[in-house]
Design a protein around this ligand. Structure first.
Ligand SMILES: [Zn+2]
Length: 311
């Protein structure tokens, strides 16, 4: 239920105000070639879901994430313009509806869906996002190929290693590394220039999120093109900035907790004030960033102290 609420609030925070106004230009999917045969597809004039990756070439077409149902036609047009053919494989970076929303359509189109095993488990046990909440997952929406640690595609001379980062944005995250092309698609383990959403209810964690970002940085150099889950195409320096902010934010909230403050007084004191202008956005406001850090950190503290009273 929580996830439903989050997805709806994401939609209303970002998509509806833009789509509803008739005088605004329509939302479009645009593609940027980040390396030979590798594109990033994203929305302009509004929110279409997470950034999409696309590998094209003679052997196979591989897509990373698939936006949301209202944008299926635009996505298909954009993919057809870039790839010119059928999508053979679709990798889901994680379970959220703004990254897996068109799984059914692609699955029915005989695209093989690939994901971490926990993502499939979430879909089978909790269903998928429907127009009015969670509904049982149609067979076609489910990944037909799952992995636990990592797997590598060998097509078009562009090896693509899909690897798992544990308990980061969710418990089923996949990051895709095109090692020859020096391109990394991070899924939602990176929101470029935006406070990140760390989905504690789906098995994400602050420490796992930090570890994932540090791991991606360790695989990058100054030329690496990083496709974030949300936000513009990024560099290693952009990701470094994001992880520095997250590590420092964690420290600030941890200190407030150690000082015995409760969530209300921390929100009032606003220790993340200095990050507000650069990182606050519609879905993860500074208050919400503070709250998710508090919820995770006070929970792990309670565990360490063997004290279950705090939740
Ligand atoms: Zn997400």
């Amino acid at each position: 239920m929580k996830r439903t609420f989050l997805c709806l609030s994401l939609l209303s925070a970002l998509a509806l105000p833009v789509v509803a106004k008739e005088d605004k230009p329509p939302v479009e999917v645009v593609s940027t070639e980040v390396a030979p045969g590798i594109h990033m597809l994203s929305g302009v004039n509004g929110f279409i879901g997470g950034n999409i990756g696309l590998l094209t070439g003679d052997d196979a077409t591989i897509m990373i994430d698939d936006s949301m149902p209202p944008f299926l036609d635009k996505l298909r047009q954009s993919v057809a313009a870039v790839a010119g053919k059928h999508v053979d494989f679709l990798i889901n970076t994680h379970v959220h509806g703004d990254h897996t929303g068109n799984n059914t359509a692609y699955g029915e189109d005989k695209t093989h869906i690939v994901a971490h095993e926990n993502l499939r488990h979430h879909m089978v046990t909790k269903g998928v996002q429907g127009p009015e909440g969670m509904v049982p997952a149609p067979e076609a929406a489910l990944p037909v190929l799952t992995f636990s640690d990592q797997m590598t595609f060998h097509f078009n001379g562009q090896p693509a290693t899909v690897f798992h980062v544990p308990k980061a944005h969710t418990d089923g995250d996949a990051v895709i590394h095109f090692s020859e092309a020096n391109v990394i698609h991070t899924g939602d383990t990176f929101f470029n220039g935006l406070f990140p959403f760390i989905d504690l209810d789906s098995g994400g964690s602050v420490d796992g999120y930090i570890h994932a970002q540090l791991k991606i940085i360790s695989m990058s150099n100054d030329e690496t093109k990083i496709i974030p889950g949300h936000g513009p195409l990024a560099s290693k320096a952009d990701l470094q900035k994001a992880v520095d902010m997250l590590i420092e934010s964690k420290k600030l909230i941890q200190k407030a907790i150690d000082d015995g403050q409760d969530l209300d007084s921390i929100l009032k004191a606003n220790p993340l004030q200095k990050y507000h202008d650069d990182w606050n956005w519609g879905f993860i406001s500074t208050d919400r960033m503070t709250t998710q850090l508090f919820n995770d950190l006070s929970h792990s503290n309670a565990h360490q102290a063997g004290d279950g009273h705090q939740h």
